[in-house]
Ligand binder design. Structure first.
Ligand code: ACO
Length: 448
C-alpha cells in the first residue's frame, strides 16, 4: 500500500473532572502554581465505574459506529498502555469481546508497555504491518488507553485519563514519512512503577523533566541528521508547520519547543535570525548539563520562541490542558487537538511528533497531511471526535469528592470480589462501565 498512515481517529475521556484552580486552592499550593506554573486547566479521572478497559471498549465501539467499520475488517489490533490491570492477560484480549461477536478472531497483535511510549510502539507496529509482506489487506487498529493517577503531593495535578483509537491503512489522509525519524533510548530511573500493589508510580519529578529534555534534544538531532542526509539540506523549525509533544503538563511543552529553537541555534540553522543569534550568543558554550540547569537560557529561549510557539504548538494544546496527562494517549490527544483546530488548512503540511516514555524511550517522527476521502477525511475526523461537545458535557467534582474517589480507587486497585455502585448517571449513552470483579478477579463490563 501507498501513503500508509492514519485513516481515522476517535477519543474518549471520562466525563468526570476537576478544575486545576480548585485543586490548587484545596492542596494549599500558591495561586497559579497548577494553572500558570504547570500550565494546566482541568484534569479528567476515572471513577469506580470506569477503567482503561472500559474506556478502550467505549472508544473502539464508537470508532466502528461513526466511520462505518465492520469489526471483520480489522486484521491487527495493538494496544499501548502503562496501566497494569493484569500482569499476563493483555487489554487487547478484553477488546476481543467486540470482535468475537462478529466472528472475527483472526487478529494479530498484543499490548506494548513502556510508560507513555507504548502507544507509539503500537502505532509503529501497525504501520509496519500494513507496509510488510505479511499484510492481508485489512486495517490495523491502535488503541492508547491510560489512567494517570499520582499519590497526594506535587505530582497529583499532573494526572489525567483517556483512550484513543487510531485506524491504520493505505491511502491515508495522514501518512508517515518513515525515513524522517529519530529515537533516543536509555536506562534511567526517572518514573517507574516497581510497587505492583499500587497504581501510583515512583517519580523523581525534576529528573523526569531533564530526562525528557535530553531525549528530546537527542531525537531532534538524529532526525535533523537523517533529513539532511536524505534531502541534502538542513532541517529547522521552519520545515514543519506544527510540533506535537507528549504532554505531561503544558509548561514542559513550552520548554520543549524552545529547546528545539536552541538546538537550531547550536546547529547554526538558517531559521535563527540575527536578534536570536545575539541573544543566544552567551549560551553557545554551555555544556549539555549546564544548559539543562540554566534558568537564564530557559527564559531567553522561551521569549524568543513565543511567536513560533503560538503558531506551531498552541493549536495542539487544547486536550492535554483540559484533560491532563493521558500517558500513552497524551501525544495523540495533542495531535487530535490539532486536527480539531486546524483540519481545514492542514492538507499539504508536515507535522513533527515527539513521543516520550520514562525509563526511557523516545522517538520524534514526521507525518504529512492530505485532504482524504470521506469517511477518512481530516474534516470528518474532526466531526467524529466532537471535542467541543465532549469537553462541554463534563461534570466538575469538588476537591473533597475527587480525593474520596482517589481513595476508593486505591482500595479497588488489585482487589477482587466486589460490585461497583453502577451509578452511571454521568456517563453518556454508549459508554462501557465496570459492574463487577468476581472472586476469581474476573472483570465484567456493561454498556450504557
Ligand atoms: N504561579 C506561577 N507559577 C508558579 C507558581 C505560582 N504561584 N508556583 C510555582 N510556579 C511554577 C514554578 O516556578 C515551576 O515552573 P518552572 O518549571 O518554569 O520553574 C512550576 O510552577 C512547577 O513548580 P515546581 O515547584 O517546579 O513544581 P513541583 O516540583 O512541586 O512539581 C512536577 C512539578 C515535578 C512536574 C510534578 O508535578 C511531578 O513530579 N509530576 C509528574 C512527573 C512528570 O510529569 N514528568 C514529566 C515527564 S515524565 C512523564 O510524562 C510522566
Amino acid at each position: 500500500g501507498k501513503n500508509v498512515g492514519i485513516l481515522a481517529m476517535d477519543i474518549y475521556f471520562p466525563p468526570t473532572c476537576i478544575q486545576q484552580e480548585v485543586l490548587e486552592a484545596h492542596d494549599g499550593a500558591s495561586k497559579g502554581k497548577y494553572t500558570i506554573g504547570l500550565g494546566q486547566d482541568c484534569m479528567a479521572f476515572c471513577t469506580e465505574v470506569e477503567d482503561v478497559i472500559s474506556m478502550s471498549l467505549t472508544v473502539v465501539t464508537s470508532l466502528f459506529e461513526k466511520y462505518g467499520i465492520d469489526p471483520k475488517q480489522i486484521g491487527r489490533l495493538e494496544v499501548g498502555s502503562e496501566t497494569v490491570i493484569d500482569k499476563s492477560k493483555s487489554i487487547k484480549t478484553f477488546l476481543m469481546q467486540i470482535f468475537e461477536k462478529s466472528g472475527n478472531t483472526d487478529i494479530e497483535g498484543v499490548d506494548s508497555t513502556n510508560a507513555c511510549y507504548g502507544g507509539t510502539a503500537a502505532l509503529f507496529n501497525c504501520v509496519n504491518w500494513v507496509e510488510s509482506s505479511s499484510w492481508d489487506g485489512r486495517y490495523g487498529l491502535v488503541v492508547c488507553t491510560d489512567s494517570a493517577v499520582y499519590a497526594e503531593g506535587p505530582a497529583r495535578p499532573t494526572g489525567g485519563a483517556a483512550a484513543i483509537a487510531i485506524l491504520i491503512g493505505p491511502d491515508a489522509p495522514i501518512s508517515f514519512e518513515s525515513k524522517i525519524r529519530g529515537s533516543h533510548m536509555a536506562h534511567v530511573y526517572d518514573f517507574y512503577k516497581p510497587n505492583l500493589a499500587s497504581e501510583y508510580p515512583v517519580v523523581d519529578g525534576k529528573l523526569s523533566q531533564t530526562c525528557y529534555l535530553i531525549a528530546l534534544d537527542s531525537c531532534y538531532k538524529q532526525l535533523c541528521n537523517k533529513y539532511e542526509k536524505l534531502k541534502g539540506k538542513q532541517f529547522s523549525l521552519s520545515d514543519a508547520e506544527y510540533f506535537v509533544f507528549h504532554s505531561p503538563y503544558n509548561k514542559l511543552v513550552q520548554k520543549s519547543f524552545s529547546r528545539l529553537l536552541y538546538g537550531d541555534f547550536l546547529r547554526n540553522a538558517s531559521s535563527i535570525d540575527e536578534v536570536a543569534k545575539e541573544k543566544l550568543g552567551p549560551f553557545s558554550t554551555l555544556s549539555g548539563d549546564e544548559s539543562y540547569q540554566s534558568r537564564d537560557l530557559e527564559k531567553v529561549t522561551q521569549q524568543l520562541a513565543k511567536p513560533l510557539y503560538d503558531a506551531k504548538v498552541q493549536p495542539t494544546t487544547l486536550l492535554p490542558k483540559q484533560v491532563g496527562n493521558m500517558y500513552t494517549a497524551s501525544l495523540y490527544a495533542a495531535f487530535a487537538s490539532l486536527i480539531h483546530n486546524k483540519h481545514s488548512t492542514l492538507a499539504g503540511k508536515r507535522v513533527l511528533l515527539f513521543s516520550y516514555g520514562s525509563g526511557s524511550t523516545a522517538t520524534m517522527f514526521s507525518l504529512q497531511f492530505r485532504e482524504g476521502q470521506h469517511p477518512f477525511s481530516l474534516s470528518n475526523i474532526a466531526t467524529v471526535m466532537d471535542v467541543t461537545r465532549k469537553l462541554k458535557s463534563r461534570h466538575e467534582f469538588p476537591p473533597e469528592k475527587f480525593v474520596e474517589t482517589m481513595k476508593l480507587m486505591e482500595h479497588r486497585y488489585g482487589a477482587k470480589d466486589f460490585v461497583t455502585s453502577k451509578d452511571i448517571s454521568l456517563l453518556s449513552p454508549g459508554t462501557y462501565y465496570l459492574t463487577e470483579v468476581d472472586s476469581m478477579y474476573r472483570r465484567f463490563y456493561a454498556k450504557k
